[in-house]
Design a binder for this molecule. Structure first.
Ligand code: FAD
Ligand code: SF4
Length: 828
């Protein structure tokens, strides 16, 4: 009889919960426990720290994910993303979730993090909507997205809270052209980390960035009936605002623990083993925890906690104990450097206190030393010494006799701890919990570039303050043989080749599947992050001969539909050139009614979107629709938007509708490194927005057509470059085919045309595609002809699924309808 594996349930799929599971898998592999993770957010696990960078536009959303959905699958973890746990039944040893499910556990880990603290402000909430329209908090990816959307359309933002989060929010919002004011209740900014002098110097730096700062400002009321119009402070002053971001602090998220009868004070009370008091099988980790009276609001402590907890849960280190953490912070605001650790001022008579202030230059530095140990440091405006100070603070390493050397380099031999002197277990990257030992091991494993080591370990990818130390350690570990980063040119991270070499090798060795590529070109090492890119490349190169391995595909590509935040899918039938017929409309309406589709919506690409379809219902919906797929998913040719054109429009110069339909018919479903959105417009009035498409066609006087490439109107906005002006629709088709094929063969994975076209240069593209100076044209035409001839409507898989589990539900669903259903005639 096989023995059942113990069930480990983790509530909270944030930084602490996921890190704990990673640590467990690192120690004993994925099979020791049957692991289920619940996350109230509908995503895999992401680096919350980097939301500030997403808001300020420094980082793309894709770049902040730590564990993608396939990671959970590969490790056999059941991820219940988007499912909140509502109660723990300690006696039945099970958790109850909002979707009505009950999940038993043998060991339970609570990692529910924090919630934003919202001070009592009248009018912040709307009786029906939660927060009033235009009021935001800053904690999750959804918060960040909502703020970005709103900031784009509004003019005046006010941020309540002058701590780290408030400052990062204020600076981030400026990217969207809003004017930003910061209201802070205390007398100076970052009062938890800085003294008054440091805070005032910081204020001036922040004001120089164009952010208004008001201190002693306690917001009492938010004004505005339907949306935010401003607010009033406790002293009667008022302010105008279209949006208000409340970043006034955080509180441990203890609701679940409280309703379940666990011991909660400020946080969930745990012992040194992270075990909840008096509960043999329940643990808590991260910001929701109160340990020895202390709660934490930074990531460094939770890495320490995750290690201890994993040691306990796996039995690999039963003596592991958490003794608390010392915390240091750094502001991630471009243009203002602030770092702070420990105490801000002397506390005892014999504490040494060294201060340097140069307000005009915006520089302030201080250190507090006790018994020859650094117990606090504040740096504003010049953080050049932060690496050394953080090390001294964390490790208690000896300090230079001349204390001023803690603040400045005064020539002579550097007092800094050299890379060689650090112990292996010294934590170098506090944000991502990476030790010197891990960096050295990565170099020993063959990675010889700083960025390669950073990618492999995540060191330096948080607040960035450790980057120089990471560089020094890599250099030291590589014995001076640090290499330039070749990976920058690799097509996918797991196969060390640029795209032309990779394609040549694939062709030469006849590699027709993703696993064959890994086996032949990556020493058999499968790399999850490389799979999607390879699938796309192989499908492009081999067409019909490509050997499909469904596991290599992303969920959207596996089921030919776009996964939505609640785990359901959207179904978008094809409507070539945005045209439809009464019969199609009737059929779509019938299907929507029959399957009780919660939301029917027009897309930006002139099609109809049926939202809220369960995975297992997809084949039935496709069959009832009996229309081809509209490709609203995947990295492929999507749609051709058209205007009315000469058919009906008074201004029309060319038949844009007919040409758009013809283009869509020819290139439908084509694989590409990035999605492709096209448009054809009947005159330069541009009703179909052709200038901002990957490829846009514009009819001009004299029956001619202009072809623009590299336009975008999404997260990036770019007007396309004029590639060619041609005389006939046939020539449009020919140039379009060549451009698309050249892009497919030469763009990097996920490189949209708005990046590809400027990289290659439109003049060079014109030489290659229109003038054919290198003689590539015939080959491009031929390969494109083969590709389009191989088109198969993927929705035909409804009759014969590619794998038995293709349309079986795997992801958790919240009860439908989960998307808001708007009643006819109402818009609020
Ligand atoms: C914008 C921003 C910038 C930051 N910058 C820094 C920085 O520079 N340096 C630094 O050290 N720290 C920073 N932090 C703090 C850092 O992000 C946190 O310390 C860290 O995320 C805490 O991890 P956690 O796992 O305890 O909580 P979280 O990461 O918040 O994870 C908790 C998860 O639990 C889920 N959850 C809660 N209740 C339930 C339930 N009942 N059922 C299911 N799931 C549930 C939540 O949805 C959430 O996803 C920043 C935070 C923010 C918001
Ligand atoms: S782009 Fe020109 S032809 Fe097309 S609908 Fe607008 S005005 Fe008419």
């Amino acid at each position: 009889m096989t023995q059942r594996r113990p069930r480990l349930v983790v509530v909270g799929n944030g930084m602490a919960g996921a890190r704990t599971v990673e640590e467990i898998i690192d120690r004993v592999g994925p099979d020791r426990y049957e692991i289920t993770m619940f996350g109230a957010e509908p995503y895999g696990n992401y680096n919350r720290i980097l939301l500030s960078n997403v808001l300020s536009g420094v980082e793309a959303e894709d770049g902040i994910f730590l564990n993608s959905l396939p990671w959970y699958e590969e490790n056999g973890i059941t991820l219940r993303a988007g499912v909140e746990v509502t109660r723990i039944d300690r006696f039945a040893r099970a958790v109850h979730a909002v979707d009505g499910t009950t999940t038993p556990y043998d060991k339970l880990v609570i990692a529910t993090g924090s919630v934003p603290f919202v001070p009592p402000i009248d009018g912040a909430h709307h009786p029906r909507r939660g927060f009033h329209q235009g009021v935001f908090t800053f904690r999750t990816l959804d918060d960040t997205r909502a703020m970005i959307r709103y900031a784009r359309d509004h003019q005046r933002a006010v941020v309540i809270g002058g701590g780290l989060l408030g400052l990062e929010a204020a600076r981030g919002l400026q990217q969207y052209g809003v004017s930003v004011a910061l209201l802070h209740a205390a007398g100076h900014l970052m009062n938890a980390q800085l003294d008054a002098t440091g805070g005032d110097i910081l204020r001036r730096s922040v004001e120089r960035l164009g952010i208004d700062v008001v201190t002693q400002a306690r917001t009492e009321r938010i004004l505005g009936r339907d949306a935010v119009e401003g607010g009033r402070l406790a002293d009667g002053r008022t302010f105008a605002a279209d949006m208000v971001v409340i970043a006034a602090g955080i509180r441990p998220n203890t609701t679940l623990a409280q309703v379940s009868g666990l011991p909660v004070e400020r946080g969930i009370v745990v012992d040194d083993h992270l075990r909840v008091l008096d509960e043999p099988d329940i643990y808590a980790v991260g910001e929701c925890v109160q340990h020895r009276g202390q709660t934490y609001g930074l990531v460094a402590p939770l890495w320490d906690q995750a290690k201890v907890l994993a040691g306990q849960l796996t039995g690999t280190d039963p003596t592991a104990a958490y003794h608390g953490s010392r915390t240091a912070t750094k502001l991630k605001v471009a243009g203002v450097d602030v770092a702070a650790m420990g105490v801000t001022a002397p506390e005892r008579d014999d504490d040494e206190f060294v201060v340097f202030a140069e307000p005009r230059r915006g520089v302030y530095k201080s250190v507090v030393v006790r018994d020859d140990r650094l117990i606090g440091a504040t740096l504003v405006g010049d953080v050049s010494k932060v690496g050394f100070l953080m090390q001294a603070f964390d490790r208690g390493s000896p300090l230079p006799e001349e204390r001023v050397r803690l603040l400045f380099d005064l020539g002579g031999p550097p007092a800094e701890v050299s890379a060689a002197e650090l112990d292996d277990d010294t934590q170098v990257c506090n944000c991502n919990g990476v030790s010197k030992g891990a960096l050295v091991a990565t170099v020993a494993g063959g990675v010889r570039t700083v960025s390669g080591v950073m990618d492999a370990t995540r060191a330096g990818k948080g607040c960035g303050s450790c980057k120089s130390l990471v560089g020094q350690i890599v250099e030291w570990a590589a014995g001076g043989e640090v290499a330039e980063d070749p990976a920058a040119n690799w097509y996918v991270p797991g196969v060390p080749m640029d795209k032309p070499t990779l394609m040549a090798e694939i062709r030469a060795c006849g590699l027709r599947s993703v696993s064959a590529v890994f086996a032949a070109l990556a020493d058999g090492r499968e790399d999850a992050k490389s799979k999607m890119g390879l699938v796309s490349l192989l499908r492009m190169m081999w067409g019909e001969e490509y050997v499909d391995e469904r596991g290599a595909r992303f969920i959207n590509d596996r089921v030919h539909a776009n996964i939505q935040r609640d785990g359901t899918f959207s179904v978008v039938p094809q409507m070539k050139g945005g045209c439809t017929t009464p019969a199609q409309l009737r059929r779509i309406a019938d299907v929507a009614e029959k399957h009780q589709v919660p939301l029917v919506k027009l897309t930006g690409g002139q099609r109809i979107d049926l939202l809220g379809i369960r995975k297992e219902d997809l084949p039935k919906v496709w069959a009832d629709l009996d229309m081809p797929s509209g490709y609203a998913y995947g990295k492929s040719f999507r749609t051709v938007k058209t205007c009315v054109g000469s058919d009906f429009c008074r201004f029309g110069l060319g038949d844009s509708t007919a040409l758009g339909i013809a283009i869509e018919e020819r290139f439908q479903g084509l694989e590409a490194p990035g999605k492709l959105k096209l448009a054809v417009t009947g005159c330069p009035r541009n009703c179909a927005e052709a200038y901002v498409k990957d490829l846009g066609v514009v009819a001009i006087e004299g029956g001619r057509w202009e072809i623009y490439v590299g336009g975008a109107a999404g997260a990036h906005v770019r007007k396309g470059d004029l590639l060619a002006t041609v005389d006939t629709p046939d020539e449009v088709m020919a140039v379009t085919g060549r451009f698309l094929q050249y892009y497919r063969e030469n763009a990097n994975w996920l490189e949209r045309t708005y990046a590809f076209v400027p990289r290659v240069g439109v003049d060079r593209l014109r030489e290659l595609i229109v003038d054919d100076v290198d003689g590539l044209g015939a080959g491009l035409d031929e390969r494109m002809a083969t590709a389009v001839a191989g088109y198969r409507d993927p929705w035909r898989e409804r009759d014969a699924p590619a794998t038995p589990g293709q349309f079986r539900t795997a992801l958790p669903l919240v009860p439908l309808p989960a998307v808001p259903v708007r009643a006819e005639g109402s818009w609020s």
